[in-house]
Design a protein around this ligand. Structure first.
Ligand SMILES: Cc1cc2nc3c(=O)[nH]c(=O)nc-3n(C[C@H](O)[C@H](O)[C@H](O)COP(=O)(O)O)c2cc1C
Length: 202
């Protein structure tokens, strides 16, 4: 597949057929986690694959699916056959950066940004690309902070793993899937020079 086609298909899809995705396919998609970049190769990613309908319905409730539906969208969260809960264990990064080859003057480095979240971002994109490679589509949702403890309990995420987002995977439903609430339609794509400058920002 050409890069331009991959880029075109790299979309958040919010409408799926109910068809299940074979386990082997899901396994190939989530196995990309072992190829994901991570700071110091800390490998703090932690994924939970959810396919059981009752758990998916609970996830949809926690994510406020009814708001998408009220805005004219489809109940895409509860109908997506596969949900990959993306978590990250911050302590894996501290453990890694306290190893001798990473110490600076005997200390763990200061973090210019929370690299565990950076790595979760890289991973969700890899999952999207892996889904494309399988001829499938994917989407992403989060929940409001107040719902995080319930979501973590629902899927059994350990205390020391931060919840980041959920990636949905499935066969895309035909036709347009987007309600007026979808940001890609409500926001203008910024011109390149608002996003990229050469040599200096200002
Ligand atoms: C960190 C992150 C969180 C997002 N959360 C949601 C979400 O909760 N619900 C949703 O429908 N889309 C969510 N999106 C999808 C964005 O709205 C989408 O990426 C953006 O509108 C651009 O559309 P595209 O990815 O299809 O090109 C999220 C995307 C990212 C990167």
């Amino acid at each position: 597949m050409e890069w331009s086609e991959i880029l075109e298909r790299r979309r958040m899809v919010r409408s799926y057929l109910p068809d299940p995705v074979p386990d082997e396919t899901v396994r190939r998609i989530v196995a990309t986690v072992r190829r994901a970049p991570s700071a110091g190769f800390s490998q703090g990613h932690r994924l939970v694959v959810v396919t059981e309908p009752e758990t998916r319905r609970e996830l949809a409730r926690l994510a406020g699916e009814e708001e998408y539906v009220a805005a004219g969208g489809r109940p895409w969260i509860s109908t997506a056959p596969v949900h990959v809960v993306v978590g990250v264990r911050e302590e894996s990064y501290h453990e890694r950066y306290r190893k001798p080859d990473k110490l600076r003057d005997g200390e763990e480095i200061g973090w210019p940004a929370p690299y565990w979240y950076v790595d979760a971002g890289s991973l969700f994109l890899l999952l999207q690309l892996a889904a494309i490679d399988e001829g499938l589509a994917s989407g992403l949702y989060g929940v409001v902070p107040e719902q995080v403890p319930e979501l973590k309990a629902l899927v059994g995420l350990p205390e020391d793993v931060h919840f980041v987002c959920v990636v949905t995977v499935g066969v895309p439903a035909p036709g347009r899937d987007e309600s007026g609430l979808v940001s890609r339609l409500t926001q203008q794509r910024l011109p390149l020079d608002e996003l990229v400058r050469w040599e200096r920002w200002e």
